[in-house]
Design a protein around this ligand. Structure first.
Ligand code: MLT
Length: 308
């Protein structure tokens, strides 16, 4: 009977589906690392994870049993896919389940930055009534730059258009005709877009091309007061450059949900004025977690029972 290991906390709906899967046994073992993880992975035919566990080449060393790993989420950057391929292990993800939740979180951070929501809330927690200090800016008539018009980027762009923003995007895979249909202007490069935007949001994976895509040099190209949002992957914005951009006053604000190193509990950005940070919560909604859990279980069960 095929056995599945669940390596991170998974929504109950996913576990219920595993309970109902005929001919599948499963165990939930979270928080594994090192030798404990390596030996556990070799006992199972399938594994399901979120982003907590790190499945490295070492954790797959000597593995002769595992056939499939499903990531309940989009990014598979916590799994060494090349090492998995060397062992004949298929790596799958659930690319659609958290699109709307992540897009909404990016939008939520943009609004929180514009209206100083976290700082204003904190002022009341400290019993201060600071109406003048927290003057905000409207989104309507501002320009949003979007890097990457994939599933999430497109949902952010649609919401921005509904808020009467102008949207400029960089995405080499989207045709000018398709962009025009959507009411989005395309920019041929990221640097060419930067001088024209009030807000920037990125929706790409972290790759050698996107690492440090927003550097000290690119920040200089932005309008003074521009605000930057990242709900994609840490490292796309160079964090030191963000700190310098804020200190110099050139950046109007930064909102981050993701960090170059995660978990991240210590950053010079935390507590800086005009900075809003959350601990990688883009996909943390009941709806998204249910959907990615169910999809990941379906992928693993299908693969182990039908080979597809
Ligand atoms: C993803 O890649 O699915 C998101 O970043 C959410 C997550 O890592 O949990």
């Amino acid at each position: 009977m095929p056995k599945v290991i669940v390596l991170d906390t998974l929504a109950q709906e996913g576990l219920d589906l595993l309970d109902q899967a005929p001919g599948i046994e499963y165990e939930v073992r979270t928080g594994l690392k090192g030798e404990e993880l390596r030996s556990a992975l070799n006992e199972f035919d399938g594994a399901i994870c979120r982003s907590g566990v790190k499945i490295t080449a070492e954790s797959l060393e000597g593995n002769t049993n595992l056939k499939v790993i499903a990531r309940a989420g989009v990014g598979t950057d916590n799994i060494d896919s090349k090492a998995a391929a060397r062992h004949g292990i298929v790596v799958m993800n659930t690319p659609t389940g958290n699109t709307i939740s992540t897009a909404e979180h990016a939008f939520c951070l943009m609004m929180a930055l514009s209206r100083n929501v976290p700082a204003a809330n904190q002022s009341l927690v400290e019993r201060r009534w600071d109406r003048k200090k927290y003057m905000g800016t409207q989104l309507a008539d501002k320009t949003l730059g979007v890097v990457g018009l994939g599933r999430i980027g497109l949902e952010v762009a649609k919401r921005a258009l509904a808020f009467e923003m102008r949207v400029i995007a960089y995405d080499p895979f989207v045709s000018p005709e398709r962009a025009a249909e959507l009411g989005i202007e395309l920019s041929p490069t990221v640097p060419e877009m930067l001088p024209h935007i009030d807000y920037l949001t990125v929706h790409t994976p972290l790759t050698p091309e996107t690492k440090d895509m927003i550097s000290a040099e690119s920040i200089k190209l932005l309008k003074p007061g521009a605000r930057l949002i990242n709900c994609a992957r840490g490292g796309i914005y160079n964090e030191e450059a963000l700190v310098e951009g804020l200190k110099s006053g050139h950046l109007g604000g930064v909102a981050l949900d993701v960090y170059a190193e995660e978990p991240c509990t210590d950053s010079p950005l935390f507590g800086m004025e005009n900075v809003v940070c959350t601990p990688h919560l883009g996909a943390s909604t009941e709806e998204a977690q249910t959907q990615v859990a169910v999809e990941a279980v379906q992928l693993v069960v299908n693969y182990l029972t039908t080979g597809e």
